[in-house]
Write a protein that binds this ligand. Structure first.
Ligand SMILES: C[S@@+](CC[C@H](N)C(=O)[O-])C[C@H]1O[C@@H](n2cnc3c(N)ncnc32)[C@H](O)[C@@H]1O
Length: 246
């Protein structure tokens, strides 16, 4: 069972930035930051699950005041080590329920992390928590994969999502409960290390209903940060829900 840092403990945090280096590539980060700068306007941004600051640091460098929430002190310690990392306020806690001072023009939760909340009630609580932190007219942005059930042959529950010389990734689905365990195996110093993380996969329309329960409505849905169209073939979506102005 995970400790206070959840699944992103010291061992995971130490290698987080190297684990998927492509996610730190400016070609991936810059369009997300551009998107968020535009929505932030003159206001502040709240990042749920700020982690090591992959998005928060470049966003702050663009002049947007950012505050973060994360349950992992180990991940936040990595953020603090980076240039500008000490200037970003972070509250340690569960992003579904943790409250922070002030209001925000944009809140965002990227890299599939809504799925780290493993119950529907937890995901609904997250939307309600965000709505309570947004200014009127403020926006909540989520980046998350479309559940990959179309790739699961009938009767199968296991799907490999990564295979390389030193790393293997296998998703194990519990379709009846919208559950998913991502098993990561990696060779480190000649030994195989395993990290199995539970998720609750969630459909775009279900997220819209969660937004509605929290008093928000869908404003935009794209398949990427450059506002590519969202279609039946899209593997992920970037969705924006808005809190009413009055
Ligand atoms: C995949 S990382 C994403 C970090 C960062 N947003 C990024 O894009 O690189 C997921 C982060 O979510 C945090 N996290 C997961 N579940 C959480 C929860 N319920 N409350 C707060 N933080 C959580 C982890 O500690 C970790 O830092």
């Amino acid at each position: 069972m995970p400790g206070d840092d959840g699944y992103f403990d010291e061992r995971v945090a130490a290698r987080y930035d190297e684990g998927e280096p492509e996610m730190f590539d400016p070609a991936v980060v810059d369009p997300a930051v551009d998107f968020l700068v535009e929505l932030a306007g003159e206001g502040r941004a709240l990042e749920l699950a700020i982690g090591t600051g992959r998005i928060a640091l470049p966003l702050a460098q663009r002049g947007v005041p950012v505050h973060g929430i994360d349950m992992s002190k180990a991940m936040v310690a990595r953020l603090r080590e980076k240039p500008g990392g000490d200037d970003i306020g972070v509250t340690i806690g569960d992003f579904a329920t943790t409250t922070v001072e002030g209001t925000f023009s944009v809140a965002y939760l990227v890299f599939n992390t809504i799925q780290n909340l493993t119950t529907q009630a937890g995901q609904v609580a997250c939307f309600r928590n965000v709505a309570a932190h947004l200014e009127p007219g403020g926006c909540f942005v989520i980046e998350v994969g479309v559940p990959s059930l179309r790739r699961l042959p009938p009767g199968e529950t296991i799907r490999a999502f990564h295979l390389s010389e030193t790393r293997w990734g296998i998703d194990e689905f519990d379709v009846a409960n919208q559950g998913l365990i991502s098993h990561h195996f990696q060779i480190v110093d000649g030994r195989v290390e395993r990290n199995s993380v539970p998720f609750r996969y969630v459909w775009p329309e279900e997220l819209d209903l969660m937004a509605q329960l929290a008093g928000m409505s869908l404003r935009e849905r794209w398949s990427g940060w450059k506002r590519e169209p969202f279609t039946s073939e899209s593997l992920k979506h970037v969705s924006v829900w808005e809190k009413p102005r009055d």
